[in-house]
Design a binder for this molecule. Structure first.
Ligand code: CTP
Length: 464
């Protein structure tokens, strides 16, 4: 028997729900559906509650009891009915949170299950969708017809592999592979190892479709995405549009490494990270790590948090670069409630007090005049202007020689001027700290220490 045979068995033992899990879930789902459906019936709204997503497809991974309950409304109804059916759902629940991800939905925990209640319109295949979630019941129908039960294990292996290498999830935070995309990839290649064998030689763009004719060149030009998987229920949608190039190439590289040497570390990381060891590696490091910690006492988290984080990360990085700091890379961690930490690795957090810059060439008379005028208005010239190889130069004093001071100054007013997002800028005004290297010690908790450890290490968890 091959190593893969045993490894596969081990992974499946961890990802496959037990018969008990399945039976319990079935009872739970049918109770919730019955309850919700009788409430809807009493209200006289033409709608029906159905279960969709991985639970309906038979591809859910053990331990992730995420249920998607869709309230499918008759398509003749008005969008304002979304709110009405969600109000009915809320009346049924003891506790819930309302979320809005381009579409309203309600999230609740009952027993060990996390449930999303999502309204949508019931449409038929090839009809125009009305809201973004209308495709979901069609996905379930498609997969029930096309995805053979013998491939359910394969989907679970793929989901766990993609989680293991850190690219599972279509949210902005991850920019990776959704569960539905995993299902379609397995369907296309007919198995997990079969998919990975193909993926190791994927090029700059990969196009996959299931039905109809498609012009591949047209698709590659139309979508600016490395992976294009045409939704079998909607030919105008790329199911893989969330997959950013970094996630795509991580998948391709991990597939190559896995094909060479399958190992458990591709599925589950066994990193045990002690804050003390992270601190030690910060102390010994030859680069500098600068942190911006934003803390809020009350969690008021917008749905667009990761969009705001990305915008802010870009603004801070630009500020550092503009002021001559060499930014190697960065990342942001957030507990998605009260604490967000921006991390930048710099060649050095302190730079020389002076810099030499070049002005226009002598023959550009007007530009040279303007250059002199600008120099006259400044009082930071150390030497020059001088002539060298037909150009004017000047050596001047830098305003900022340390990155902590630079960030501190520009964040004093919240940082709106440099492009910090509106919401985070308010939080920055309330409370923030800019820290250098081991000064981060007090924040090496809640999983940040693990992410920082991985960032400092630099290589993917599966890399050997
Ligand atoms: N969906 C989609 N595109 C996405 C995310 C979700 O089309 N980027 C639709 C799919 O129809 C999917 C359903 O929403 O089946 C539910 O998605 P989700 O709850 O995010 O994940 P699951 O597919 O159920 O996978 P899992 O729970 O195993 O992560």
């Amino acid at each position: 028997m091959s190593d893969w045979h045993y490894l596969r068995k081990d992974v499946l033992e961890q990802v496959n729900p037990s018969q008990d899990d399945v039976a319990k879930l079935k009872v739970f789902v049918s109770k919730v559906l019955d309850d919700i459906n009788s409430i809807i019936k009493e209200s006289d709204i033409d709608a029906v509650a159905e279960v969709h997503g991985s639970v309906a497809h038979g591809t859910w991974v053990k331990g992730e009891q995420d249920l998607d309950i869709f309230i499918v409304l008759d398509k003749k109804l008005d969008r304002s009915m979304f709110k009405r059916v969600l109000d009915l759902v809320k009346g049924y629940l003891d506790e819930w949170v309302e979320a809005y991800a381009e579409h309203p939905y309600v999230q609740a925990w009952i027993d060990e299950y996390k449930i999303d209640f999502v309204p949508c319109f019931g449409i038929e295949l090839n009809q125009q969708i009305i809201s973004s979630t209308d495709r979901t019941p069609l996905h379930t129908k498609f997969l029930r017809n096309e995805l053979d039960a013998s491939l359910f294990d394969e989907v679970r292996l793929l989901k766990q592999f993609i989680k293991g290498i850190g690219v599972y999830g279509a949210e902005i935070k991850t920019g990776g592979f959704s569960g539905y995309l995993c299902e379609l990839l397995i369907l296309r290649y007919n198995g997990f190892t079969e998919l990975l064998s193909e993926a190791e030689s994927w090029g700059e763009s990969t196009v996959i479709y299931f039905n109809g004719d498609h012009d591949v060149n047209y698709l590659v030009n139309r979508y600016d995405d490395p992976l294009i998987v045409i939704d079998p229920v909607d030919r105008s949608r790329n199911v893989a549009s969330a997959v950013v190039p970094d996630s795509y190439w991580k998948f391709v590289s991990a597939a190559r490494a896995f094909n060479n040497c399958p190992d458990m570390r591709f599925f589950y990381s066994n990193d045990v990270v002690q804050p003390e060891s992270v601190l030690l590696s910060l102390k010994d490091r030859e680069t500098d790590i600068v942190f911006l910690v934003i803390e809020e006492s009350e969690a008021q988290v917008p749905d667009s948090l990761w969009g705001q984080i990305n915008k802010t990360e870009e603004a801070l990085s630009k500020l550092l670069i503009k002021n001559d700091f060499r930014v190697y890379r960065g990342f942001t961690w957030s507990n998605e409630k009260t604490r967000h930490i921006f991390v930048f690795e710099l060649e050095s957090a302190t730079i020389a007090p002076t810099r030499k810059t070049y002005g226009p060439p002598v023959h550009m008379e007007l530009d040279v005049e303007k250059y002199f005028e600008a120099l006259r208005r400044r009082d930071n010239t150390v030497s020059g202007p001088g002539l060298e190889d037909g150009r004017w130069w000047v050596i001047s004093r830098r305003k900022y020689t340390d990155a902590v001071g630079l960030l501190g100054d520009f964040l004093m007013d919240g940082g709106r001027d440099i492009g910090v997002s509106r919401n985070l800028s308010v939080k920055i005004l309330q409370h923030h700290r800019v820290l250098l290297n081991e000064e981060i010690e007090g924040y090496l908790i809640d999983g940040f220490e693990v992410e920082l450890y991985r960032f400092l290490r630099g290589t993917p968890v599966w890399f050997n």
